[in-house]
Design a protein around this ligand. Structure first.
Ligand SMILES: Cc1cc2nc3c(=O)[nH]c(=O)nc-3n(C[C@H](O)[C@H](O)[C@H](O)COP(=O)(O)O)c2cc1C
Ligand SMILES: [Fe+2]
Ligand SMILES: [Fe+2]
Length: 392
């Protein structure tokens, strides 16, 4: 198991998780990687570790280049276990190494592991660590993805080691975006943002601003997951996309999401979808019995309109819709227009639970729509007229 050279004396020493299908509740059909990087200079630095159960790959790739006793610094950009699960093992192999992280990173390492005897160097945004010919400078990016998250930049190489930022859950033979199918990688990057970083748009904008204030000239974004962005087109695609997603811009499209037991809510969903189609608006209709909530969130990221429907089950939302609405509330998309719809048998009202979440998210809403049992054609006509008022 060999390291992969990414620049003179800089190596990818990460691990591949081909079989990963789920990542804390988020569906990952293309697996993932946990990327670690090794820089050989007068001082030697290892950037990030890996998930514990794949530690052997990380260790073998480092050993293919250098002995652990030579490592001076282990840089911990993020303490979540996908990047730091094997840090204790790495420290055992390289007890002489100094752990370089920010103060929140040190606290989180102490809360996860027995760090007795570890050497720490605590850094903050703008601090510089000299390795010899190369320097590393740090940008803390709190909440992208945890309070401890940070990125490491090497000005001489113009490489940003971005950890969770700009990542994709994608595993392939190549470690380069330019050698992978661009549409799949881009969709995974979009899905990653929608399902992991969505609530932190403000922090993402702040991080992008800090990067431009520090005049970071970036030729390569060496992520913590998936493939490395290298090349003008690739790097600008991902930076522009983050700027767009973080500022909640939309592409004018619509998502109609629902579930159904006996088809009544499905009829309402179909009617609403047809209104968007007739208005020439790109729309997707997603039944939660077929689509995972993570896929629907990816659809929602760039959408302008989001309409959500449920059957009534024991006075409650249908459980898959409830799960989706809880997930949506946590990810907190902004600047959407929408309304809720429902079918009930004998007691109306569950529709308001969805509408309340939309209002909490400060969406621009029109009134909810609900109907007893299966809607007849006159009701569907009424629903059409109601849906059209969303364009007012
Ligand atoms: C197991 C079950 C429980 C239900 N519980 C309620 C209920 O508590 N209140 C209500 O008004 N309707 C209830 N209904 C009626 C459904 O909400 C109604 O049939 C609705 O049209 C179903 O929509 P669907 O065809 O999209 O599944 C229940 C139906 C089923 C099958
Ligand atoms: Fe993370
Ligand atoms: Fe991660």
């Amino acid at each position: 198991m060999e390291a992969v050279k990414i620049r003179e004396s800089i190596y990818w020493t990460g691990v591949k998780d081909w079989n990963l299908e789920e990542f804390h509740g988020y569906k990952t059909p293309n697996g993932s990687t946990y990327n670690s990087y090794l820089i050989l200079d007068e001082k030697i630095a290892l950037i990030d570790g890996a998930k514990h159960y794949l530690s052997h790959q990380n260790i073998a790739r480092v050993k293919s280049v250098i002995d652990f006793s030579k490592i001076d610094y282990i840089i911990v950009n993020h303490v979540e276990m996908d990047h730091s699960g094997n840090i204790p093992e790495l420290v055992k192999l390289a007890p002489q190494a100094t752990i370089v992280t920010n103060s929140a990173g040190k606290m989180a390492l102490e809360a996860h592991f027995d760090t007795e005897g570890w050497n720490f160097q605590i850094i903050k945004t703008g601090d510089v660590l000299s390795l010899g010919k190369r320097n590393l400078t740090f940008v803390t990016t709190p909440l992208l993805h945890w309070p401890d998250s940070m990125m490491t930049y090497c000005p001489e190489e113009k490489i940003l080691f971005s950890n969770d930022g700009f990542g994709q859950h994608y595993c392939a033979n190549t470690i380069w975006v330019k050698e992978a199918p661009f549409d799949i990688v881009c969709n995974e990057a979009k899905s990653y943002y929608a399902n992991i970083l969505y609530p932190y748009g403000m922090q993402a904008q702040k991080a992008l601003n800090t990067a431009s204030e520090l005049n970071l000239d970036i030729e390569m974004i060496a992520t913590g997951h998936g493939c490395i962005w290298e090349g003008k087109e690739e790097v600008s695609w991902i930076l522009n996309s983050y700027a767009k997603w973080a500022s909640a811009q939309n592409d004018g499209s619509a998502v109609v999401v629902y579930d159904t037991m006996w088809g009544a809510t499905a009829k309402l969903a179909e009617t609403i979808t047809s209104v968007f189609e007739d208005a020439g608006i790109r729309v997707v209709k997603r039944s939660l019995s077929n689509k995972h909530i993570a896929e629907v969130m990816t659809d929602i990221l760039e959408a302008k309109y989001v309409v959500i429907g449920t059957p009534t089950l024991n006075n409650e939302l249908f459980p898959r819709v409830a799960a989706f609405v809880t997930y949506l509330k946590g990810l907190a998309p902004k600047n959407k227009k929408g309304f809720a719809f429902a079918s009930y048998g004998w007691k109306p009202g569950v529709v308001n639970k969805i509408q309340a979440v939309m209002e909490e998210l400060k969406w621009d809403t029109i009134a909810p729509f609900e109907e007893k049992y299966t809607p007849k054609s006159d009701v569907l006509e009424k629903l059409k007229e109601h849906t059209k008022t969303i364009f007012d």
